[in-house]
Write a protein of this length. Structure first.
Length: 202
């Protein structure tokens, strides 16, 4: 798995569940290897579908169908009691793959649906149609929850990002404001810059 924010949340959650005595299996798809940028507990079962995304309409449709089939086969093999899915496109495919299997599916959107430009039109439509099939949709803010309910009619739960304990460094601190994230609208760098200009008067 890569080094994104969603991946970090998944690894933290998986590791904590294992430490609490739960059996955890992690299923990934688009990566070209089983390597992880974050340290995953060795007791977490790892399953890799290995189906790459498409580059045009036909290949994307083919990739989605293959992903649903492979995911459904893996779900039957793992036999989970609950499925936790992250990121809109994966959530939609997971809900389709789990149809009729009698498994609870909880999906999580990590970006506000009003500004998440990574979700293509077909998946926006499928989100409206499939999210109501989930046991719950997890979002991070009240604003996202309100819009998700309006868009999908699903049961929505608000859970902010997981906090982790950072190491204490015995070094001199400098007055530094650091923002880390993709240059994408949903990251809100423009909001931060505007707020900073107001605070500093610059």
């Amino acid at each position: 798995m890569g080094g994104g924010g969603s991946e970090r949340q998944i690894v933290i959650l998986a590791n904590q569940l294992v430490l609490r005595g739960r059996a955890v299996a992690l299923i990934t798809n688009n990566e070209t290897s089983m390597n992880n940028d974050y340290e995953l507990h060795p007791s977490v079962g790892r399953h890799h579908l290995g189906i790459l995304p498409g580059h045009n309409l036909f290949s994307t449709l083919k990739s989605c169908i293959l992903t649903v089939r492979a995911l459904r086969k893996t779900i039957r093999y793992v036999q989970p009691k609950v499925i936790l899915s992250f990121i809109t496109a994966t959530n939609v495919l997971t809900l389709l793959a789990a149809l009729g299997l009698g498994v609870r599916v909880i999906v999580s959107d990590r970006s506000h649906p009003a500004v998440d430009e990574s979700v293509t039109l077909p998946f926006r439509i499928l989100r409206r149609l499939t999210y109501c099939l989930s046991s719950a949709v997890v979002v991070q803010t009240h604003s996202a929850a309100k819009l998700t309910v309006a868009l999908t009619g699903a049961r929505v739960v608000i859970i902010p990002n997981i906090l982790r304990e950072l190491p204490k460094l015995n070094v001199a601190r400098e007055q530094l404001l650091l923002a880390v994230g993709r240059l994408a609208r949903e990251k809100g760098h423009d909001v931060l810059l505007n707020a900073f200009s107001i605070v500093t008067g610059k």
